[in-house]
Write a protein that binds this ligand. Sequence first.
Ligand code: FES
Ligand SMILES: [Fe+2]
Length: 347
Amino acid sequence: MNFDQSLIQDYWHLLCHRNELPQPGDYLRFETCIGDVVVFHDGNDLVVFDNRCPHRGALIYAGTHGNQAATCLYHGWTHSHGRMIVPHPENYRSCDLREAKLATFTTDWCGDFLFFSVTPRQQLYDQLSETAEILENISFNIGARADINAYVYDCYWPLAIENALEPDHISLIHPQTLSKLELEGGENIYHGLNSVWRAPVGNARLRKQLASLQRFFTIDYGYEGYMSVYLFPFTMLSSTYGFSYSLQNFFPRDARQDTTTFSSRLLVAPVRNEQAASTLSSFFSSTAQVNRKVFEEDHDVCKRVPRSAWSTQPLKFSSTSEAKIQHFRQSCRSHIEATNTLHQLHP
Ligand code: FES
Ligand SMILES: [Fe+2]
């Protein structure tokens, strides 16, 4: 098993917010280097599985998201309400169809955020440490998903993560978008493998405008400024004032091609009433457009950094605002050491 695969297997990964999949058939699919990971609403529950049909292994979902029953197109086997429905069961008399089940992953919740893992080394809350409380608070202040933006990043995933972990590139790469906030230096907070960056908005006019939107929301949590939460290894959650959150996954997609499955969801806070909803609709759609542009800009620059530029070693030239990159690389080194130790104990 390689480095990327072992990270997927050993850690918990935030997949979605409960309110992203409210209807039976709602699904999200992520391509990863250990195969597809699909989360879907089966009529009772959110189910996370490997996208393979238990009959003869056909892939059930093909898109990145949408609404579609978990019916295999090949011979019509369907998972619904916690069980597999097999057409013409009389043709399978020699088999025990009770054993025909989706191959599900291990799941757990932090507030209304759903996580999955394969063979987690720790309990979810141990992995999250103090970040768990922040995530719970955020999750209870999210109403719905307003946008989804999913495509393949043409770079090796740690390069995309490191780009998201440092603000030094903002003025050059995002001059018309993120740079407008004129974010101040802010502070880094570390919780185990995870990190949080909080930075006040320096642009006084925008700060005033943002503060004036507060009255349209029913939220009891949110940092008054820009906050970016990094969850080791593949997830970022960022927000301005807690009015909306951009949930980003950067899953290793294919070890040979160095590509990354990128997904960003815009999750918006609950609004006070109908009137507030109509007032905010243009704010949310412009936030979605700005976020899309920011990620394109990030993707464009990440494409310019070859895989060979990355290693788990500390940066040789590290600015003060690249401290979270050093922390990330330290976490990668610790993971490799722990994996090697385990292999020595259980070859
Ligand atoms: S492979 Fe899915 S129903 Fe046969
Ligand atoms: Fe960026």
